[in-house]
Design a protein around this ligand. Structure first.
Ligand code: C2E
Ligand code: MG
Ligand code: MG
Length: 577
């Protein structure tokens, strides 16, 4: 028997029965009891309002309440307290009903004695204990469904729920909130070097540091492995979020002692803000994640707010083969034409075909953002094939429309130059569209040629033989080796804009430019100055007797239709500058 007193409420209108229960309870030596009596429902309810009990012994038939209603009244005030029903003979059905409605046991009054009461109390308490345990297990199960078992932080589901409620509230109150994505830097190394037990301890510690770094009303969740998310409620301005992010980095950077190990960690944080970075939760999450990617990319241990341009940058940096092949199949590439003018009379005599990717989300993408990926994934030759076909179609339509003859330049990639059947393919295509080979110029760069020099030379000789012209592009960029001028079959030399830019800027650079032009002339190559951006540069190359010029000073690359309109316009309109 423990010394603790058991508070028992006895609800019984019959004084004899009350006395009997009191006597039996004193005789049962199970517990020490402190007894309270109530004779009717009114008394019962007023007692229950002010006192706590460990057990209630309840007669269901009272002057002011009868039947199962009596139980409901009592349980509505104290649903957790075990209850034993006192019933009369013939009330078994009602008693069973009472047990189904939450009572723990029943005693038929006629059978009431010291033993039946003692047994019933034990049974009721045990049953109550089991039910409480079951309830706790159920609550724990529910808790686990919404919490991370390692850190006990809310998990992704609970976070999503909070985010959705916060969004609704923010829309109504016109308030702002922020989503922070936090990823530990190089956490894999910690797991690999110290094992998962230390890794787990560290994650628990990080969870606590994160919770301590924000307000009670904010939510910190563990999303996966070493990834956490924080919902900052009611943020006023970006500086406030910067301050929280800075505080988190500061807290996480503090040395951590696990056992005898001293571990240092850092983290990267990306965040987005409602409403400026998105109106729905998915967009805000995706953008916080995007900012996190940029924070990692910028050297880790830093925080970064989402900026609109990030998505495009990340799209470009992650561009893969399937995406490019799909874009080719969906005809998302466009061919622009940049006019080339005769230096002598400034009239348009040709154009360079330049590819663009017209992306549904990111607009017009320039070659530097996708060609390197297309080359790495060995699909650039497919883009070139596509460009070549479009150029042929355009040239055919210009020819049919009595377009003045124009020389069109096409850039060849390393992949094209390595093709064994390049010459046949090209020949087949120009015949198919009825194009005069002398009107097509194939541009190659030194680095593309170098990928397979023998094959390149063979292909270029084949193309030249059929009447096409060959230009070496970007001459003067990087390490232009003069020996290739000798080995490659060339008709045209295009001077890179980095050399043209030297005019008026750098005396030595200008001397090199003159020398290149003079060397090209001596090799009987036509010279195209590329990237002419101002009158001073144009005067210089005109003076040096370059043949053609191309650059923003005259025209920028333009869609085929615009180019056709320009070439068809009056000679005055066509003359550049
Ligand atoms: P590129 O063949 O040297 O083409 C000339 C580039 O210089 C073009 O850039 C053009 O827009 C740019 N440009 C022309 N005038 C000026 C100027 O005055 N100032 C400046 N700053 N730039 C000027 P774009 O169109 O971005 O093309 C870049 C490169 O991508 C091309 O350099 C070429 O190597 C490659 N490329 C373009 N289209 C194709 C293609 O269809 N196939 C292949 N394989 N490569 C292509
Ligand atoms: Mg070119
Ligand atoms: Mg070039």
């Amino acid at each position: 028997m423990t010394n603790k007193k058991w508070h028992v409420l006895i609800v019984e209108d019959n004084p004899g029965d009350r006395r009997l229960i009191e006597v039996y309870l004193q005789v049962t030596s199970l517990h020490k009891y402190a007894l309270t009596f109530a004779e009717n429902m009114q008394q019962t309810l007023s007692v229950l309002e002010t006192q706590e009990f460990n057990l209630i012994i309840l007669d269901l038939t009272l002057p002011d309440s009868q039947g199962i209603e009596t139980l409901f009244h009592v349980r509505s005030l104290h649903p957790e307290v075990p209850i034993i029903i006192l019933s009369g003979i013939g009330d078994e059905e009602l008693s069973i009903n009472a047990i189904q409605s939450g009572a723990q046991d029943f005693i038929v009054k006629e059978h009431l004695d010291e033993h039946s009461l003692s047994r019933s109390i034990q049974y009721a308490l045990e049953r109550h204990r089991l039910l409480q345990e079951l309830k706790k297990a159920h609550e724990w199960e529910e808790h686990l469904a919404f919490h991370d078992p390692l850190t006990d932080l809310p998990n992704r589901f609970l976070m999503m729920d909070r985010l959705n409620s916060t969004l609704k509230l923010a829309k109504r109150n016109k308030s702002r909130f922020s989503i922070l994505f936090i990823d530990l830097d190089n956490f894999k190394n910690i797991n690999d070097s110290f094992g998962h037990t230390i890794g787990d301890e560290l994650l628990k510690n990080v969870a606590n540091r994160l919770k301590n770094a924000v307000r009670e009303s904010d939510t910190v969740a563990r999303i996966s492995g070493d990834e956490f998310m924080i919902l900052l409620q009611d943020v006023s301005d970006e500086q406030g979020i910067d301050a929280v992010a800075g505080k988190i980095l500061f807290e996480l950077a503090k040395k951590l002692l696990i056992g005898k190990l001293e571990i240092s960690i850092s983290a990267s944080i990306g965040f987005s803000i409602y409403p400026e970075n998105g109106n729905d939760i998915n967009t805000l999450i995706q953008r916080a994640d995007c900012a996190l990617y940029v924070a990692k990319d910028r050297g880790k241990n830093t925080f970064q707010k989402y900026e609109d341009m990030f998505e495009k940058d990340i799209f470009i940096s992650k561009m893969g083969k399937n995406l490019l092949v799909n874009a080719i199949e969906n005809k998302e590439f466009l061919v622009y034409f940049q006019p080339q003018i005769s230096v002598k009379n400034r009239d348009i005599v040709g154009a360079e075909a330049l590819v663009r990717w017209n992306h549904a989300m990111y607009g017009l993408l320039l070659p530097h953002s996708f060609i390197p990926h297309a080359e790495n994934n060995a699909v650039q030759h497919l883009i070139d094939d596509y460009v070549f076909t479009i150029v042929c179609q355009e040239m055919q339509s210009w020819h049919e429309g009595n377009f003045p003859p124009m020389n069109i330049s096409i850039n060849l990639s390393a992949g094209q130059l390595m093709k064994k059947n390049l010459v046949e393919e090209v020949n087949h295509k120009v015949r198919q569209f009825g194009i005069e080979p002398s009107q097509l110029v194939f541009e190659i760069t030194e680095s593309n040629a170098l990928s397979n020099l023998e094959m390149t030379i063979e292909n270029l000789i084949g193309l030249q033989h059929l009447g096409f012209q060959i230009a070496i592009d970007d001459f003067g960029k990087g390490y232009s080796s003069l020996s290739y001028l000798n080995r490659l079959p060339l008709d045209i030399l295009k001077i890179d804009r980095s050399l043209i830019r030297e005019v008026g800027q750098n005396a030595r650079g200008t001397i090199i430019l003159s020398s290149v032009i003079s060397m090209a002339r001596k090799l009987h190559l036509a010279v195209v100055a590329e990237g002419v951006e101002n009158g001073e540069q144009f005067d210089f190359i005109a003076n040096e007797a370059c043949d053609l010029a191309q650059g923003f000073y005259f025209w920028r690359p333009m869609p085929a239709r615009e180019f056709a309109t320009l070439v068809f316009s009056s000679p005055e309109a066509r003359v550049a500058c």
